[in-house]
Design a protein around this ligand. Sequence first.
Ligand code: GLN
Length: 524
Amino acid sequence: MKFIVVTGGIISGLGKGITASSIGLLLQSLGFSITSIKIDPYLNIDAGTMSPYEHGETYVLADGGETDLDLGNYERFLGVELTKDHNITTGKIYASVLQKERNGDYLGKTVQVIPHIVDEIQERIIHVSQIDVGFGTPDICIIELGGTIGDIETAPFVEAITRLFSKLESHTFCFVHVSLIIEMHGESKTKPTQHSIKTLRSLGIVPNILVLRTNNMLDDDTLNKININCGVNKGNIICNVNVPNIYCVPDLFKKQNICDKLVKILNINNNNNYNLEDYYKILDHFNQNTNKLRVGIAGKYVGLQDTYLSLIRAIEHASFNVGVQIEIIWIDTEKIEKHQEEYDKLKICDRIIIPGGFGLRGIEGKILVCEYCRTNKIKMLGICLGMQVMVVEYARSIGYKDAMSREWAENGFYIIDMLPDQTGKMGGTMRLGNCEAVVNDDIVEKIYNQNVIMERHRHRYELTYNNSLIFKDTDMVLSAFDKKMNLVEIVRLDNHPYFIGCQFHPEFKSKYNNPHPLFVNLLI
Ligand code: GLN
């Protein structure tokens, strides 16, 4: 097993995740089996309780893990299926150590950060790195260390990694540090990077490769300066210049021969035979001047696109498949009720998606969006909360005027309700991860090309089979069921070109070379 550790300096948001997944994609294309671990130094057990305003979307894994959005980058770029253990947080480490303490496992010892916390981290890294994520036993594990080097929270993780480094054979580790070169007065300023490398070295990590975010490729003078002051070979400095989209990054790295450097440091054989056919098709797609479709996303977090990261990627993946360019139109469902100009944005959209969401705010705006799409026969997809709104709006239109979800109102006819097993306790208690559904509708079966589907969930409220009986002999077709739980998983409106709601999150399963059929068929 080899490890590539990706750390970040100076500021957050430099694209460590994209750097790590691009490296993974290139190495995978050379035939290596790749896995990845994301370390998040926060105290939360997982990302499930974190606000999307603060932290971007919560990504949901097949096993129900609620994780940082970077795990989505890995699954999408590498086609792997990760588990909740692939996201290590300070919260998980402490929870486990404290449980062991309560069990008396430490035999009377004083429990301390060193050695107990640091040992727990090392054990987890070793164990998780060996899990088969879909391509056999992994050859290389990419570890992304969240936060920036020097943060108090990252210290135990850095310590654990340096201990593993000194314990394991040489050439087991490659350290990649992502930093920023600031352009000022026409000069490339390297000082902040110098400082962050100084901090990294003081913690016991000597970076092998530097990935530098810059506006332009760095000139020789700047490279020399970095080499002299940071002790990193000029040849091991990769420029991560601004590119039009994230799909350009692996190509950018490949052109700078990053894999040659990585395999040399890790002392592994490289046949130099890249298999990147699928990947290059995507780069071609962006160069083609095809039709542009305007896809409206009607939600309440429209100011923060990281909240809908997987959704945007899933739309992109489908657009590669269908051969259209996409323009996203952001529609703020809180504004839509009161501001005509926000409502009018609906009229320029060729397709509309209501994504998942929580709480009451913006709900009546979403009801208006559903009504607009239903009555004007605009193709629309409702995801999770989106499906619940579609169902409520339709129920109201056929006479159930006080139709509601229990989540949005103190009283009403709760067509969307909470199951009795929901206790109101937070943190990993929703219906989460993969659940099987049986498709019961020819049109949806044709979309999926199969009649038993497995999709990822993250919600507390449901359309139960009993409540759905009001749609008997109406245009609302109940297209798929969770037979075990007696729940409706997909609804579709007859006499409409595409009006589909799904109780799960198809965006978490979409891959660039394997787009999700619900998005592909929305765009067609
Ligand atoms: N808030 C809704 C529920 O909990 C929908 C959740 C979602 O869209 N992910 O059921």
